[in-house]
Ligand binder design. Structure first.
Ligand SMILES: [Zn+2]
Length: 731
């Protein structure tokens, strides 16, 4: 059927078809199944369609000057085996109009067709594009691009590519050699001081990126229609209209052109890396650093990422030979899900004719792209939340970020369900299957609801370190060799109980000397009364002195005796000997002050567990705890004794808690530290179980599962998702 509007147009203009094939369309010949086709690309809409040779010829006859009869005659001259009538010409015109491949000359368009008003959104986009993307075109770029391509031909040779790749690898090695430069680097990438350098670096980097596309397009014979400098959000960037690249028949060339931007940027990053290392401190060094990061990190993450419609996507499209991969993949998966869930046969799917391999590609691509989009949306939500949080509007931020994520999920769900549900009105047959499916869903929903109110427990999984509140490190002031031991590893001892005896020759000798000294002094003192009378006056004078001397000697003896007695070591507390190898220390020498035995009161042994604010609402005194020693894998049970009232700063937490599986204690970045210190923890004290007293060492670590308050599954899930989506620190 011919649109009435089109027919009217033609009647008014005395049978002359005013429509004209668009001059900006690009035609490319292709052989497919031994037939000649023309791929027609619309560079404005960025869409393309395939026309058989005869139709492509017919399309070319629409020049706005011929009548339908003339067009038919012209066509029949060249394709006499497929004669067509003027009516057929108008039917074909309908197709061209619907595909937007023909235009009305401006005057005809303005005078005869009522103008469709742009939507507000389109106007807004146009307005912003005008403001934020100002183009300053260069004239005849192809000519001087050619000169570059001719003089630098070797860059596109296999040798050139190999040399470039070697240069990249060398740069990585070079950076590895100078890795200390990263530690001493003072540049904060997203700081206010750095914005200027970031700005300059972006301009240089993105201009050269486009330049890479442009020269490579010329190298493979594509035309550059337009090239110049644009200001995107006031950042000057080069731009290139390399729409010709898709029309190049050589697939490899197309891949090269798409990858050329990233390729160029990686060369820039490599050069910048060398400059950054070699330059002295100053502006040039800063600029080189920015350029290096920008041209490597952002490029690899954004441009080469095939999940967005950037360069990487077009490389992938050409590699897989699936044009419009993204649209097709989404359409295919939507239709498949509609079929599986609702039994709805999407007419699009029937048209697509997808084989198994392609189906898998579509499925994998859609899943990854959807996850990636969700990640971006989620990040956006986080940015919103943090932005609002800083101005004190936390609740609004949370609501907004939740809304953004939900809107995305809602849009995906709508896309899947809307078409089948609407079509139920029009196809009574389908309406039956839909009813059945919906009934199934209803039952599923009820089961889900029952599951959601299923009682379960909140759990806190954590790693804890053993700390003792009471203990004795048994040591000797004089040291010595262990002579006798009266205790075993793991034995209970009482306060005052003798543990072992040391042998120390020096103490032994000192005692002998002191004893002899004392004996001498005693004899001396007792013989005093019998000395000659002549010296009586003198003797009387020295009597207190002698007595004092004897006292001092006695004291020295007592001290030596005490030292000797102290070689027998005793426990000062009730507790358990926790050294693993007490039997083996017999005959071993211990230095003065060196710990020989460790006694710990296990009733005073605790796990201290840092809890976040959210976790304190779940854990309560008396909560059951299941633990597993990290060193031995042994399982034990205990209960939470109390929960501290005092907030503790992160710095008070033993470093052993920060490394769940052993290894070096990590250095926490300053920013993270500050953030964590704003969210203080509370310690829970968990005593060790009595049956597990054997051989526990301080600082031993265990994984603990604390069984918290009773709850229902729904609440648990809700808590899980809110902490996942919004922020770990919800208070
Ligand atoms: Zn690019």
């Amino acid at each position: 059927m011919i649109k009435q509007e089109v027919v009217n147009q033609i009647k008014k203009a005395e049978n002359i078809v005013p429509y004209k094939l668009r001059a900006d369309l690009l035609f490319q010949k292709q052989i497919f199944n031994n037939k000649t086709y023309y791929v027609v690309k619309d560079p404005l809409g960025l869409t393309y369609c395939r026309l058989p040779q005869a139709e492509a010829f017919l399309a070319g006859l629409f020049d706005g000057k011929r009548s339908a009869e003339e067009i038919a005659q012209n066509y029949n001259k060249y394709f006499p085996h497929k004669m067509i009538s003027a009516q057929n010409v108008l039917q074909f015109l309908n197709l061209l109009v619907s595909r937007n491949l023909v235009i009305l000359p401006t005057d005809v368009l303005l005078s005869k067709i009522p103008r469709r008003r742009d939507s507000f959104f389109q106007l807004l986009v146009g307005f912003f594009l005008k403001i934020f993307f100002i183009k300053l075109p260069l004239i005849h770029p192809s000519r001087w691009l050619d000169r570059i391509v001719r003089s630098a031909w070797w860059l596109w040779s296999p040798q050139g590519v190999v040399i470039t790749i070697c240069f990249w690898i060398w740069t990585l090695f070079f950076l590895f050699l100078h890795r200390s430069a990263f530690d001493t680097n003072q540049i904060q990438f997203f700081s206010a001081q750095n914005i200027f350098f970031l700005y300059i670096a972006t301009a240089i980097d993105k201009t050269l990126h486009e330049f890479g596309h442009a020269t490579t397009t010329r190298r493979f014979g594509g035309e550059i229609h337009e090239m110049g400098v644009g200001f995107f959000f006031f950042i000057p960037v080069g731009y290139v209209d390399a729409s010709d690249s898709w029309i190049i028949t050589d697939k490899k060339a197309r891949i090269f052109i798409a990858a050329a931007g990233v390729y160029t940027e990686l060369i820039i990053a490599s050069v910048a890396a060398h400059l950054w290392i070699l330059f002295p401190l100053g502006m040039a060094k800063n600029l080189a650093f920015n350029l290096m990061v920008l041209a490597s990190v952002t490029t690899l993450f954004f441009n080469l990422n095939p999940l967005m419609k950037f360069d990487g996507y077009y490389v992938l499209v050409d590699l897989l030979e699936i044009p419009n991969l993204r649209e097709k993949a989404f359409a295919y998966c939507t239709a498949k899900i509609q079929d599986w869930l609702l039994g709805y046969k999407n007419p699009q799917l029937l048209k697509m004719k997808v084989n198994k391999a392609k189906g898998w590609i579509f499925f994998v691509y859609s899943t990854l792209a959807l996850c990636y989009m969700f990640y971006l949306i989620h990040s956006l939500g986080k940015v919103l939340f943090n932005g609002f949080k800083q101005v004190g509007l936390e609740n609004i931020g949370a609501a907004l970020s939740f809304f953004v994520v939900m809107a995305f999920v809602g849009a995906v769900v709508m896309k899947v369900f809307l078409a089948p549900l609407l079509s139920a009105h029009f196809f009574p047959g389908f309406s039956q299957t839909l009813k059945k499916r919906l009934k199934g869903f209803g039952i599923g929903l009820i089961v889900l609801c029952i599951l959601l109110v299923f009682p379960c427990r909140e759990k806190v999984k954590t790693v804890a370190v053993v700390r003792s509140q009471l203990g004795q490190n048994v040591a000797s002031a004089d040291g010595g060799v262990v002579k006798e031991i009266w205790v075993r590893s793991g034995q209970h001892v009482k306060a005052g109980q003798a543990l072992l005896r040391l042998d120390n020759d020096r103490v032994e000798m000192d005692l002998q000397l002191a004893r002899m000294d004392l004996a001498m002094k005693r004899i001396d003192f007792s013989s005093f009364g019998y000395s000659s009378r002549k010296s009586e006056g003198k003797e009387k004078e020295s009597a207190p002195m002698r007595s004092q001397d004897l006292q001092a000697t006695r004291k020295r003896f007592d001290l030596a005796l005490k030292r000797k007695e102290e070689l027998m070591l005793k426990s000062t507390i009730d507790g358990v000997l926790i050294n693993p190898d007490i039997e083996s220390i017999k005959g071993k020498y211990f230095r003065p002050g060196e710990t020989i035995l460790k006694i710990r009161n296990l009733e005073r042994y605790y796990f201290i567990v840092p809890l976040t604010q959210a976790e304190t609402r779940i854990v309560f005194p008396g909560a059951e705890v299941k633990g597993i020693w990290i060193s031995s894998g042994k399982i034990f049970h205990t209960v939470v004794q109390k929960i501290g009232q005092k907030m503790v700063e992160r710095s008070e937490i033993p470093p052993g808690l920060l490394i769940p599986y052993g290894g070096k204690i990590p250095v926490i970045p300053v920013t993270l530290k500050e953030q964590q210190e704003k969210n203080p923890y509370v310690f829970a004290f968990i005593p060790l179980s009595k049956e597990d007293q054997s051989l526990i060492l301080e600082d031993m670590r265990a994984k603990l599962i604390i069984k918290g308050k009773r709850t229902v599954l729904a609440e648990k899930l809700y808590r899980f998702f809110t902490t996942l989506l919004i922020s770990r620190q919800e208070d």
